[in-house]
Design a protein around this ligand. Structure first.
Ligand code: F3S
Length: 282
């Protein structure tokens, strides 16, 4: 049995950067350190960070002032202001690619465009981008939703960074039919696209796919769905402990992929277990 890992598996640039920022502030800070919501969608990593002193908080009143780290998804500017007003120091770990989407949304809104965000309503990143237009943007996901937008004249579009390109281009095409003047910023991050493409390419060749990552991680779940859509037996696990030998018995090639918020040490443990089995170990 051979085990092959998708090269782009695991932390993306923005998540790695956010984790490093928290580690750095934990080393230096002499007061409380908080993250606004779980830093990443990975329970094991969040538990590890909490153990080291980074407490997960919401926007509640009455916390002793400290350093609050904003996660890579970003937040609305109003949230940042509220934290500062509560006496905290804010360390902004918003991914620079998400920051671009926020800035483009703001400039489109200030220039008088009707802003359309192609993304999932309610997702933290989308809520943050929405905040940069003071709530004055439309969030749509399906091309048919364009019909509900009423009269369209000047329309400006940005995307949630993890939106599949096909969905983005279909919405843009639909808007092109309806709006007189269209300004499009493609703010999709290609790290997600590359990981998905490589995972699908491996899943086509593999007998079994193991996808590692938080069950609350949308991008990990999407990888699982994509492998299943190919008809490949696929198992979604959070840690090596969940692996079952019978899943890979008789397989010639086992493919492993991991979401953008899965730490390297968890992926390594999974690989070590699988390699042990491939060598005939227990
Ligand atoms: Fe940033 Fe792309 Fe990751 S937007 S957080 S590098 S998936």
């Amino acid at each position: 049995m051979r085990v092959e890992l998708v090269k782009t598996s695991g932390f993306c640039f923005g998540v790695r950067r956010a984790v490093r920022m928290v580690e750095e502030v934990l080393r230096r800070a002499d007061g409380p350190v908080y993250t606004l919501g779980p830093l990443i969608h990975n329970p094991q990593m969040v538990a590890y960070m909490e153990k080291r002193g980074a407490k997960v908080v919401g926007l509640q009143e009455g916390l002793p002032p400290g350093v609050v780290v904003l996660r890579s998804h970003g937040v609305a500017p109003q949230v940042k202001e509220a934290l500062v007003a509560q006496g905290h120091r804010v360390l902004d770990a918003t991914c620079p690619f998400v920051r671009n989407a926020q800035m483009y949304a703001r400039s489109l809104w200030e220039e008088g465009y009707k802003v359309v965000i192609v993304g999932k309503r309610g997702h933290e990143e989308v809520e943050g981008i929405l905040g940069y237009t003071e709530g004055n943007a439309e969030v749509i996901w399906e091309p048919k939703e364009v019909m509900s937008l009423g009269e369209l004249n000047r329309v400006g579009i940005v995307a949630q960074t993890t939106t599949p390109f096909e969905i983005f281009s279909l919405v843009v095409r639909e808007l092109l039919r309806r709006a007189r003047h269209l300004k499009v910023y493609n703010t999709i991050c290609d790290s997600t696209v590359k990981r998905q493409e490589e995972t699908v390419a491996l899943a086509r060749r593999a007998d079994v796919m193991i996808v590692v990552g938080g069950r609350n991680s949308a991008n990990t779940t999407r990888l699982v769905e994509m492998c299943c859509e190919l008809g490949r037996p696929t198992y979604h696990i959070e840690t090596a402990r969940e692996l079952r030998r019978e899943w890979v018995e008789g397989a010639c090639l086992v493919g492993v992929s991991a979401g953008a918020s899965t730490p390297d040490w968890i992926v390594q443990e999974v690989l070590e277990n699988l390699n042990l089995w491939s060598e005939g170990g227990k």
